[in-house]
Design a protein around this ligand. Structure first.
Ligand SMILES: [Zn+2]
Length: 129
C-alpha cells in the first residue's frame, strides 16, 4: 500500500500532502488535519452542523464550480489507485479473479480485464522502487 503522504491529496480541500502532515484515509479518500479540525468544529454543535448543511454548490460561481472539477477527478484517481492496491492485496493472498469478480459484482473475466495489467504494473513498480 502506498502510504506516502506526499503522493496523496485531501479529498475535501485538495491540498497536496507534504512531509510531516497528518492525513487520515478511508477507502482511498483522504482528509488532511485542517479539514479534520474544521469538520470536528462543524459537528461540535447542532447549530454549526445545520448552518453547514446547506449544499455549498448552491452559492458557488461558475468559476468555483469549474475549479472543483480537477479536485474531484484527482480524488477519483486516488480512489481508483487504492482499489488497484486492494485487488493486488487480494491477489497476493491467492484470491482468485472469480472471487474478486464476485465481490465486485462482475464476472471473473471483467475483473481480470479491469485489473490484471494494473496489478502487474503495481508489482513491477514495487520491486524496482
Ligand atoms: Zn483538507
Amino acid at each position: 500500500m502506498d502510504t506516502d503522504v506526499e503522493r496523496k491529496h485531501c479529498s475535501f480541500c485538495g491540498v497536496r500532502g507534504k512531509r510531516g502532515m497528518l492525513f487520515a484515509g478511508g477507502h482511498g479518500a483522504m482528509i488532511c488535519e485542517s479539514c479534520v479540525a474544521h469538520y470536528a468544529d462543524v459537528f461540535s454543535s447542532s447549530a454549526k452542523t445545520a448552518k453547514a448543511s446547506v449544499p455549498p454548490w448552491e452559492s458557488m460561481s461558475d468559476a468555483e464550480i469549474l475549479s472543483n472539477l480537477p479536485l474531484i477527478a484527482r480524488t477519483a484517481e486516488q480512489v481508483d489507485d487504492f482499489l488497484v492496491e486492494w485487488v493486488e492485496l487480494a491477489r497476493s493472498r491467492q484470491l482468485s479473479w472469480a472471487a474478486i469478480g464476485t465481490a465486485m459484482g462482475v464476472s471473473r473475466q471483467a475483473a481480470w480485464e479491469r485489473f490484471a495489467r494494473r496489478v502487474e504494473q503495481l508489482r513491477e513498480r514495487s520491486t524496482t522502487a
